[in-house]
Design a protein around this ligand. Sequence first.
Ligand SMILES: [Zn+2]
Length: 487
Amino acid sequence: METMEPVIGLEIHAQLNTRTKLFCACPTEFGAVPNTNVCEVCTGQPGALPRMNGKALELAAKAGLALGSAVNRESLFSRKNYFYPDLPNGFQTSQLDPPICQGGSLTLELGDGTEKTVRLNRIHMEDDAGKCLHDEKRGLSLVDLNRAGTPLIEIVTEPDLSSASEAVNFLKKLHALLVRLGVTKGRMEEGEFRCDVNISLKPKGSPVLGTRAEIKNLNSFKFVGQAIEYEIERQTGVYGRGGSVSQETLHFDSEKGETRSLRSKEEAHDYRYFPQPDLPPVEISGELLARLRETLPPTPEEAKKRLVALGLKPRQAELLLERPGAPEYFHEAHKIDDDAPRIYSLMEELFLPACQKEGLDPSDSLFAPPKLAALAKLLRDGTVGRRKAQELFPDFFAKGSDPSEAVRSGNLSQITDPSELLPMVEKVAGAFEKEAKKFLSGEEKILSFLVGQVMKESRGRACPKTSAELMKNHVKERFAGAAKETV
Ligand SMILES: [Zn+2]
């Protein structure tokens, strides 16, 4: 048998992050008492008129801009007609032609260091259906319409993916981007980000696509991976036995780890799309698009330039950008204290390693950016020494303490007052007489050892610079005569 290769396309549904539904003012909150977040519009009452949610439009367009799609200045809602008990209108309000966005792409980094650009076909807006709840005990099917009318975007890719891992990689990257943009909250367990997978096999190198099967409604990255693996194996088996794959819609049973047929092509819906007469064309102005463009996160090149302009070295900017959440944290801290190199070095040496150790995203740390900015300030004005900062950091990090608060209450500040330092200097010089004399006879390196002892004596609070000056003078005064004698 010829070697077959998988051809995979995805249709992703993301719930837009709006407070209210797509065509009415009912809340979109999850988990409310059934049929309480409803009105005449989202329950499909005769004569009720839908009105477009402007926020949903902005979020859909923003997703398109971030993905390099062309945003249509005018798009259209259509009725997608079918019957289902949780669809009170008897149609879904969706976009056929033209949709809000066309084209676009997302580039993946593959495991072998190469890149792959996955093209998008389109992004369109539509409303969600309600939910059927099956009460087996009482033998009843119940309908909850709270979700009916919730705004979604559907992102349709071209069939550019060729393995389960590529598909999962793509979905994770898309999910992270949309969540970062605020387009969706992306809570997968609540169905806010879910996907359908189209999958077929074709002889390797052939331009002709095989018959495809569609796996519906997967709401976890893991299930997507498992379902695709299973389906590739199943279709390979069918072709291997000389059979043919039929075009059908499949459901993935996550408990058994297998796909099951929901309906065949013969039973496929004919939706009879036609323009929804109750809604005017969706217009989006050039001003709005320009404003949305400004809110987009910078590209990696722009982000690097911005960090370098703030005073980081190019390599430092790159290192920061490699860690998810780190650039955002940096900018937050930098807003409060503009000492960019110091903020960076605190993050690099203390904060980021601590996050990594705990498996924590910087944005989830209790030690929030203003606290790191406060620590930077304490270091700069000499209130806290570097060594002390290192010593205290794990505690600050674990408790999310404000360093300036801790310094005020805990007497942790650096000792710079010579009258307070001198007794410690004298004590150290006495205890390490041999070393002190070596210093006098020209072994300058030994001074740092002596200062180190003063630090120890002060439990890290002595100012190293002042201590060094005091130590030099004191040793000269105390041992100069003796040193001469030994020469
Ligand atoms: Zn409503």
